[in-house]
Design a protein around this ligand. Structure first.
Ligand code: NAD
Length: 974
């Protein structure tokens, strides 16, 4: 194509835009917000955060306080609504609040068409009179439960019927209602897939697809009957493949076979956009269909980049705007060249992109009426009127809904359009010339953001189960591992395999008929022999040096990495972990190896010499240690404690938990393949109260690394404190114990975020994480609303076999755990109020449904003891003071959480909530090595922080050597 054709088109559009001096309200508001945020970039985030929280605030004081917290010190540069808010301040909170609310309300109304469908009719008719077509999108809160999804589906159905019935009566507008093939639907609805099913799990898209299809069919039928066009909107990339699969499979169903008034979105910022478009194209060709494609740039850029970076996943989007723009232009051509199979709509505010579509269409001889442009309501500015003037159809994307849920939409739009690279931003600034605005993006040099700092520890990424190849690999691993179950595993002492006369039988907690494996059970004699072998091996090993040992530990990491899914699959069977949890446990084990290997190098000789005096600070191994591990992170914790001991030059005896000995046996086999010398690491599965207790008390054991319950931990602490004859070292106890973790929900919290955070924290792995949430402390103002939504959300959690990826909650670990949970629930029924009790499936496993308890006495056992199951107690408090005092009223200090949008409250909780790991505005489980060193104090542990920079110091003894180098006043070499 002649590049000048695009520029000429662009100039023509710009010329017309300038001439059309219409000063519409929407444009003024849009330009005002954008100009303001361009001038005040540092304040932008603060202002947008304030805008986000304002509608959910209760009372004028809260509004005044938030305005002050977010914007104090910047009065002069603020937009008027916030300035009034601040200047009137807390003295007259009512006025401040009213001003802020009015301001935000006004701003929202310029971007949101109406508060409900009925009210949207008038403005839609007016819009059509101005030669502008529409698509309506329903704003709403994030759908967290099936009830909410049903409500959403019903609202969409109602909207579709309403618009369809009304539109039939509207006069035809040729520009809007016809293309070269004939009439096109007058009514047009955009549907968000995530709003139609609350339990979408990346690992189980097929399951979600079925449920989504069931909710969509009635909508599609109603649309088809009334000639309403339905567009499937696209959200974040995690849902992309699911959305396309759903679209294609629904449209392939016999009843929709002859219906093409349906479309989907392609986001040009995705690197996969072309492949996705070609997939839809192939389908259309093969089936003789002609679905519509709305080509957009993509609205979740910041989130996509940040999340990919956080997760260590490949960044799915182009990192520079010009690459996206160039990709957009390429896709424009692809779409128009294939117009026989695809209808096209170009959604963009970028004049260059619009010009490119027009020029390409001209070149390919596409009739004008077959081109459609789309703009966002309130954001399109002059383009909205200029394009119809030029004879093109423009459709406005019109959100309809209440202010509160509208805020998330609004803020996303503001962020998107005020980003440094946005077209609107450039178009608004006076010193950008037309040439620059219309420059070919393919010729621009791409400005990439600086890559992450390389010295930061890189965590092993969790698996992206949204990718089919990963799901297939995991399914394969499950079947392969299942074939290997049932083996026998010996003890390994001094390199020799030893069978015992007693055995530990490990069963699948989701199906206790299935035996995972049988391990030998160490007795007292075995312990003695192992200690002797360790003593023998110790000195050579400890002399090997950190570098050598770190290299060996890195080998462990690589071997685990190579067998990642195999280990995870085994955990699904032995520990009853759902896919994601099992995967995360193996990733954490790999992290521990890599991180401790890296940290060990920091312990190499430190030199503190001065002239005439050589000073060396050296770390030596403590000696022989025993690792006593729990079952709930059967690989990560066992592996972490073991490799920490090994890399620091100790000899290690491994005593795994009785419930997960097979995972431990596999890990031990892997260690053997790494070639650790005999006796340096030995395998002693057995009963905790026997071999565990014996080793703890043994005179030659120098340290104990324990993770488990408070009861056992305290016993170990006590035993280790008693010096026995023959003992040479004071025993070091590295001790991590339980928790009774609390989360505070402030009255301005975003429940769309808080509720998923609560679900993950309280019910992930059935509440069997030491970090799990068990006390939810909610401020009075939002207590009722939160509980109502929470109960419904919990109702949707699927309890079942964790081998099935749609399972949210698997079994408890054993019959004792189940009995314990049942006891607590019975007690709760007597002493409190069981608000919700989930039903356990009737399978041959230890299943318990999730339970929510209210009206619990803070001094009762339910409120104080670790339950280690899916039981959540909820407390109502008046204010933050009461919340904090209740949260801190526990002997445990492990994890804690807060959801709040008040900067002052966040600061206060940060300093006063006494826990080892505090999480703000996120779930309280899922700590990552290096990023969130983990562990508590009080009765939760010794504050040693696994996965943190100080952890290895627990496994070494520091020695300092000082040598005077002076000889008769001659200092010698430094
Ligand atoms: P547990 O205390 O029952 O068992 C832990 C280990 O101790 C097992 O290997 C067991 O065999 C052994 N053991 C039992 N009695 C012993 C004795 N008298 N002497 C020596 N060893 C003995 O704990 P569990 O049920 O395996 O794990 C769940 C507990 O672990 C929960 O309380 C949880 O909060 C805690 N945990 C804490 C952390 C943390 O980092 N703070 C992490 C995971 C689990």
């Amino acid at each position: 194509m002649d590049p000048r054709a695009v520029v000429d088109q662009g100039r023509e559009i710009l010329r017309r835009m300038r001439r059309s001096g219409e000063e519409r309200n929407s444009r003024r508001a849009r330009d005002f917000v954008m100009r303001w945020s361009m001038r005040n970039a540092p304040l932008k985030t603060q202002l947008f955060r304030l805008v986000d929280v304002l509608p959910s605030l209760h009372g004028n004081r809260a509004v005044a306080a938030h305005t002050r917290d977010y914007l104090a010190g910047s009065t002069r540069v603020l937009p008027p609504f916030a300035r009034w808010g601040l200047s009137i301040g807390t003295r007259v909170p009512f006025a401040a609040s009213a001003a802020a609310r009015v301001g935000v309300g006004q701003m929202a109304r310029t971007f949101i068409l109406a508060d409900r469908p009925q009210h949207s009719l008038k403005p839609l008719i007016r819009m059509r009179e101005q030669q502008i077509a529409f698509t309506v999108d329903l704003l709403g809160e994030t759908v967290l439960s099936e009830r909410e999804a049903d409500e959403y589906a019903a609202r969409y159905l109602e909207l579709t019927k309403l618009l369809g019935n009304e539109a039939a009566r509207w006069p035809e507008q040729t520009l809007l209602d016809r293309d070269s093939r004939g009439a096109i639907p007058r009514a047009n609805v955009s549907v968000k897939i995530s709003a139609l099913y609350s339990q979408i799990r990346a690992a189980a898209p097929e399951f979600a697809c079925e449920r989504l299809a069931a909710r969509l069919r009635p909508l599609l039928r109603a649309a088809r009957e009334r000639r309403v066009f339905i567009n499937f909107d696209m959200e974040h990339t995690g849902l992309k493949t699911l959305t396309i699969d759903l679209f294609l499979s629904l449209l392939s169903e016999p009843e929709f076979e002859a219906w093409d008034e349906c479309g989907i979105v392609i986001q040009a910022y995705l690197k996969s956009a072309e492949a996705d478009l070609r997939r839809i194209l192939d389908w259309a060709r093969e089936h003789g269909r002609r679905p519509a494609i709305r080509l957009v740039k993509g609205a979740y850029w910041d989130t996509e980049v940040a999340l990919a970076r956080q997760r260590g996943w490949p960044i799915p989007v182009f990192e520079s705007k010009s690459e996206t723009d160039a990709n957009y232009e390429m896709l424009v051509r692809l779409l128009l060249e294939n117009r026989e199979f695809l209808q096209a709509a170009f959604a963009t505010h970028n004049v260059r992109s619009v010009a490119c579509a027009i020029a390409t269409a001209e070149e390919l001889g596409v009739p004008k009426q077959d081109l459609e442009f789309q703009v966002l309501y309130g954001m399109g500015g002059e383009l909205t009127s200029v394009l119809p003037e030029m004879g093109f159809r423009v459709r406005q994307y019109c959100p309809v809904g209440k202010l509160l849920p509208g805020m998330a939409y609004l803020v996303r739009r503001l962020l998107e359009n005020t980003s440094n690279e946005g077209f609107l931003r450039a178009a608004l600034s006076e010193d950008v010339s037309d040439d620059e605005l219309l420059r070919d993006p393919a010729r621009e040099t791409h400005s990439r953001r600086a890559p992450d700092k390389q010295d930061r520890f890189q965590n092993e990424p969790l698996t992206d189960f949204a990718l089919e190849e990963n799901r297939a690999a995991f399914r394969r691993a499950l079947s392969e591992v299942e074939l290997k179950l049932g083996r026998r595993y010996p003890l390994v002492i001094d390199g020799r395999e030893i069978l015992s006369d007693r055995w530990i039988v490990s069963r699948n907690p989701a199906d206790f008929r299935q035996i995972i494996g049988t391990t030998a059970c160490a007795g007292e004699q075995d312990g003695e022999r192992a200690v002797a072998a360790a003593r023998h091996a110790l000195s050579k090993w400890s002399e090997r040096g950190f570098r050598h040992r770190a290299a060996m530990i890195l080998q462990v990491a690589e071997k685990l990495h190579a067998r990642r899914f195999e280990f995870a699959a085994l955990e699904v069977f032995e520990a009853g972990k759902p896919w994601e949890d099992a995967d995360a446990d193996v990733a954490e084990a790999i992290d521990f190896c890599r991180y401790y290997a890296q940290q060990a190098l920091r312990l190499e000789l430190a030199d503190y010499s001065v002239p005439g005096e050589a000073n060396a600070h050296e770390y030596h191994s403590r000696g022989i240690g025993v690792v006593i591990a729990p079952w709930n992170f059967p690989l990560a914790i066992l592996c972490g404690m073991t490799v920490a001991g090994l890399v620091t030059g100790n000899a290690v005896l491994i005593k795994p938990a009785e419930q997960s000995p097979v995972v431990a046996a596999w890990f031990f086999e892997l260690l053997r393949h790494c070639g650790f010398p005999r006796g340096v690491v030995q395998f002693l599965p057995g009963a905790g109260s026997e071999i565990g207790a014996k080793l703890v008390a043994h005179s030659e054991i120098d340290w104990i690394a324990f993770t488990g319950s408070k009861e056992v931990g305290l016993k170990i602490w006590e035993t280790a404190g008693r010096t026995v004859p023959g003992q040479r070292e004071l025993k070091k106890v590295i001790c991590e114990m339980g928790g009774k973790n609390a989360m505070i929900i402030d009255d301005d919290a975003d429940l769309d975020d808080a509720i998923p955070g609560i679900l993950t924290s309280a019910f992930g792995y059935g509440g069997q994480k030491c970090s799990a949430l068990s006390r939810l402390i909610v401020l009075d103002e939002i207590y009722d609303h939160l509980l109502e939504r929470l109960v419904e959300a919990v109702r949707g959690l699927r309890v079942g076999n964790p081998a099935e990826p749609e399972t949210a909650i698997g079994p408890l670990i054993d019959s004792e755990a189940l009995a314990r949970v049942k006891r607590f629930v019975t007690e709760a029924k007597e002493l409190g109020n069981v608000l919700f009790e989930g039903i356990a499936p009737e399978l041959e496993g230890y299943f318990a449904g999730p339970v929510i308890v209210t009206d619990v006495d803070p001094n009762s056992r339910i409120a104080r003891e670790e339950i280690f199951g899916p039981v959540l107690s909820v407390f109502r408090v008046r204010d933050l003071d009461e919340a904090l005092s209740l949260a801190n009223d526990s002997e445990f200090h492990l994890t804690g959480g807060l959801y709040s949008r008040s900067p002052a409250n966040i600061e206060r909780v940060r300093s006063q909530f006494n826990v080892g790991n505090l999480y703000v505005n996120r779930a309280i489980t899922g700590a990552l090595v290096a990023r969130h060193p983990f562990g508590g104090h009080g009765m939760s542990g010794g504050g040693t922080k696994a996965g943190g920079p100080d952890y290895l110091l627990n496994f070494v003894i520091p020695r300092t050597v000082t040598e005077n180098l002076m000889r008769h006043g001659f200092p010698g070499e430094e």
